[in-house]
Design a protein around this ligand. Structure first.
Ligand code: NAP
Length: 473
């Protein structure tokens, strides 16, 4: 047998998940002209790009420009896409290991973290991630219903997802209609009865996880005032000392400046207002059959002398906020895949720098992980570039040192095609199939001056995928 990663015996790699981490991993794998590498990328949806399509807020179209880079990767002749194939459903992870020299898991964090407070499951209390997926036309969430008729919504969390949700709820109809927001969401959001969006942070302004542009935007809404009680912006001694020190990071410092400026503003009488409240933890969600209010506990900040971490401590003081909807935006969480070692506490595949480890800590040869399912749900899209490169560097090191196992079955392109023809006849979407979906969505959007009108069901996507443009790949 010829050496691995040569034209006679190409290195065959499966990537599970087609979000940013998966695409950056593919880019790194295909970047070495001296090595012959073939990448097959799988996604459970017919459409690629993960959270760039189904997570990034529709009013942030520029963020989606990274797709051009992923398209370039997809144009590489060593790349194939298998959409509408769920690993763990149509194909078992062990069946990938039998057919590829290496498998890179890149499937992200598909569920949300729970608050663990009474009333969390009441109708009207939703994971923000589900609302985001709904307004982004994710087919699993298209038939969800969100009753937006109430006057006040509470968004729990001080991360960028909370900022996205608050902003999206405050957009006007004409702003929404310029975007690729799902058609089923535009009407309810534009005509909602919502007048106030309260965003709750359990720690203070100096601990918020928002990035600066996301905070700034909350103060630039066409038809929503931003409001912060000046008392809420006063920093405690620990935070003040941090902000005034050389250690303070720029993002935190700028956030505090922007919050302070917001707290000095006079309301302009816009139709809606976004209220930022700090040092408040949700204690209970109340309501008779659906959300009517949320009880919040007032916190104070305490610094751990050993770790330096500043955390929130309940003062025992309580406040009740009337509201009809609660969006819990306290982070995503990864889920395990049968047969793959998983750290359930952290919600990540057990790994060291991207090499999958078994429960005893030994490397599982030929298995790798990138992105949120490697490190947890943190960072912006670009963070995944370095993250994926790190893992693929290890994969290439393992290749050089002979630690890539020979697959049990034929490692050729036909092997997976035959399995899929058996498991999922006529339902697999190739990259050309995705290009046909893409063209159809853009075509529907064009006369309306919108970037695209998204399909919201798998059936619609499959139908559109069957009119492929260009060469099948
Ligand atoms: P995140 O940035 O981790 O924020 C989670 C927030 O939830 C934090 O404020 C956290 O507070 C709070 N929280 C956690 N547990 C809580 C509890 N029990 N009670 C109250 N609050 C609680 O997560 P995310 O907003 O889901 O975003 C995920 C990642 O995607 C982030 O890296 C984010 O920057 C990125 N993202 C980026 C963009 C963008 O670039 N425009 C848009 C969306 C998402 P503590 O800090 O006190 O833990």
């Amino acid at each position: 047998m010829s050496a691995l990663a040569t034209p006679e015996n190409p290195l065959r790699v499966a990537i599970v998940g087609s979000g940013p981490a998966g695409f950056y991993a593919a880019e790194s794998l295909l970047a070495k002209p001296e090595l012959s590498v073939e990448v097959d990328m799988f996604d459970r949806l017919p459409t690629p790009f993960g959270l760039v399509r189904a997570g990034v807020a529709p009013d942030h179209p520029k963020i989606k420009n990274v797709i051009r880079r992923y398209e370039k990767t997809a144009s590489n002749e060593g790349f194939r896409f298998f959409g509408n194939v769920e690993i763990g459903r149509e194909v078992h992870p062990a069946e990938l290991a039998e057919r590829y020299h290496a498998v890179v898991y890149a499937y992200g964090s598909s569920t949300d973290r729970q608050l663990g407070i009474p009333g969390e499951e009441l109708p009207g209390s939703h994971a923000a991630t589900e609302f985001v997926a709904w307004y982004n036309a994710h087919p699993d969430f298209a038939d969800r219903e969100f009753d937006l008729s109430c006057e006040r919504v509470v968004v729990i969390g001080n991360g960028n997802v909370a900022a996205d949700v608050a902003r999206m709820l405050a957009l006007t109809r004409s702003e929404l209609e310029e975007t690729d927001t799902a058609d089923h969401a535009i009407g309810p959001m534009a005509e909602s009865g919502i007048r106030e969006i309260v965003v709750l942070g359990r720690r203070g302004p100096a601990q918020a996880a928002f990035t600066n542009p996301e905070v700034r935007e909350l103060g630039e809404m066409v038809d929503a005032d931003v409001f912060i009680d000046p008392a809420d912006c006063e920093l405690d001694d620990v935070s003040r000392a941090y902000i005034d020190s050389d250690e303070a990071d720029m993002t935190t410092r700028k956030n505090v400046d922007i919050f302070t400026e917001f707290s000095r503003r006079e309301p302009e009488g816009k139709r809606r207002r976004i209220v930022l409240r700090f040092l408040c933890s949700p204690v209970e969600i109340k309501g008779d059959g659906r959300v009517e209010s949320i009880v919040v506990g007032r916190n104070e900040l305490v610094k751990d002398p050993d770790t330096g971490r500043v955390s929130a401590r309940d003062t025992g003081e309580r406040d009740e906020i009337e509201c009809g909807l609660v969006f819990r935006s306290i982070g995503y969480k990864g889920v395990g895949l049968e047969g793959i070692p998983f750290d359930a506490d952290r919600g990540v595949i057990r790994n060291e720098d991207g090499r999958v480890l078994d429960d005893e800590g030994a490397q599982v040869e030929g298995q790798y992980v990138v992105g949120w399912i490697k490190r947890g749900p943190s960072g912006v899209i670009g963070t995944n570039k370095k993250d994926a490169q790190g893992t693929i560097d290890h994969l290439f090191e393992d290749l050089e040192e002979g630690r890539i196992p020979a697959p049990a079955l034929a490692a050729d392109q036909a092997s997976i095609e035959e399995l899929l023809a058996e498991r999922s006849p006529d339902a697999v979407v190739s990259y050309a199939g995705w290009e046909a979906i893409d063209a159809a969505e853009k075509g529907k959007g064009e006369p309306l001056g919108r970037p695209r009108v998204k399909f919201c069901t798998i059936d619609e996507m499959l139908e559109a995928s069957r009119a492929p443009q260009g060469a099948a790949r």
